[in-house]
Design a protein around this ligand. Sequence first.
Ligand SMILES: C[S@@+](CC[C@H](N)C(=O)[O-])C[C@H]1O[C@@H](n2cnc3c(N)ncnc32)[C@H](O)[C@@H]1O
Length: 347
Amino acid sequence: MSDRNIPYSEYLEAKSSVDDRSLSRSVRDAFLELIARRAKDCAENRAIRFLDAGTGTGAMVRRVIAWVDNLQPENRPVVSSYTGVDADPESLALATTATELLLRSLGFEVGTENLDTGTRLAGRRGNDLVETQFFLGDLATPDESWALPGFYHFLTAHAVFDLFPLENAVAMLKKLLVADGALYATINYDGLTELIPCYRDRAFEERVLAWYDRTMDERPAVAMTGAGRPRDSLGGSELHPAGGSKSGRKLVEVMLQAGFELSALGSSDWVVAPKNGNYPDRERIFFAKILSLIHNEAMRSPVFDQTEVERWYDSRRLAIDRSELVLIVHQIDLLAARRDNTAAAGS
Ligand SMILES: C[S@@+](CC[C@H](N)C(=O)[O-])C[C@H]1O[C@@H](n2cnc3c(N)ncnc32)[C@H](O)[C@@H]1O
């Protein structure tokens, strides 16, 4: 199978070990402290509610379930509910299956309920209850099945803000939070991609990588689903372009302007490198897919000679096959709390 045909859901699953390693530890710890504080304040048996926007295969939902489960019992909510929303049904099917497997591996007994809106899982272990549901939905046109105003205590958005016009996305998500709820936004691309060692024509590769960034910046009104279908993306326009290649730094500014207070900020750079002559886990698939996305954009570009692009791609693809290439991508994680009291409902 050519790298171009690697299903997006498979790419997302291959990406998860890279993300696990890359997430900022300090921002994650601050997120877990906020959860623990809320769990202590929460009346017995009241759920802490999480929403993961652009959940894909639900990797972030599973991560948060596992982190919370690992907290000391006094810092853990007895009841927690996780909602994921994404526009790609194929990814969502995987999300449900993988979350059920995780819950079982943590010792939960899992009940499933098939609803019109998707499968709901209820995991029970003693007094602990963990509920999850993944919704097929469009962040651009939030609907009441999942977009409940003032409802969620925590929102997560992992590797998604580059796709959306930031002001609109932040304003929409903010409405879904309780008055003092928080947004944990992770893996926000921030304008630097490097391949090491240098290509023989370094200036050419720099232009190819810069072109890829530019294509992210010039996606004003369209976020792509995993399947590559164009989506109306939260009313993006030339006035409100997608977060694009500098979504990390822009997001910080947009969050502050939107009335959030920063709780933690850190870098979450991807570093994909061979270890003892091999890439770990499924990271070769991940790396090959990233390279093919960059290649596709360069091939579509009017500014490059296609033969030169093919020569560059073949050489870099071979370097991945030989486990010789290293990828570094700069990204930012952010945790911010809502600081006004305009949520539609209480916590
Ligand atoms: C880079 S992926 C990140 C997925 C997941 N958070 C992860 O990192 O594993 C971006 C996700 O946004 C979803 N997406 C794009 N446009 C969307 C829209 N308008 N509404 C809902 N989801 C959307 C895609 O289907 C894809 O799963």
